[in-house]
Design a protein around this ligand. Sequence first.
Ligand SMILES: [Zn+2]
Length: 281
Amino acid sequence: MVSSEEYNDVYKLVKMRSDISREEFDNLVRDLMNKTEGKLSPRAAAIIVARRFGVESYDLFYPPIIGRIVEVGPVRYTKGTQERTPFVLFSIVDERRRVLGVAFGEHNVEILRSNEDNVIMIRGYTKMRLEKYSGIKVTENSVIEILDDTTLPPITELKPAWAESLKFVMEHRGAWLVKAIVLEEITSEYSACPLCGKGVEMVEDSWYCPEHGQIDQPVTERIWRYLLADSSGVFQAIYFKEPPKDRLKDKEVIIKAYSKDEEIYIMRFYDVLETEIVMSE
Ligand SMILES: [Zn+2]
């Protein structure tokens, strides 16, 4: 009787593509071992059998990664005289880890940018160094698949998505979930590009968007500024969309945020906790 322990990971890859039971798979492995008269270990035989079920060699070197997209950076372009390829930096999280990646190609960029917080599976990536971190490289030969949302717990329950404090958000790259108390809030209006919402500038008699150039007529948008606090300090934050409640002052909130130029940018609100933080006089 052969030990089937040593190819658990191979069977897992097969199981992602087929309904074959463990017992049936073990039988196929044993048949092949018998046929090759002891030239193959159980693991080697399992790898050969797995080919029949569409397991690609890249799956064996770099097993598929499953995670929620916690952040996707702005679209950038490779330099060069030929066709410019768009790419983005992104991070995904599961229960155990946060994986930083770079994805090349219009299709990959589009999938990542339209699926924030959703569960994806990446196959056919390779490893690479990204800034100071080790990460993964997703190319046009890789496959990104959207998985059912129940594949992983909600993002608020995935520990690697969380920053330990606001100070941590200020000192680390990337987007993080964090809990904070809103000490103060103010709102103001600004003139924005109707296409992208960025602030526009008036030059002589015309409006200019940094992205779209000259535009006819700006729209009026609101910006919210907050003083956020936790045990690590008090920090300024900005938010560009409609807040979840008219009044957040003195409330505790769960947000996703990143830091830039000494300020915290709030990407989204997950929850406004009903606990009364500040005692009324
Ligand atoms: Zn614009």
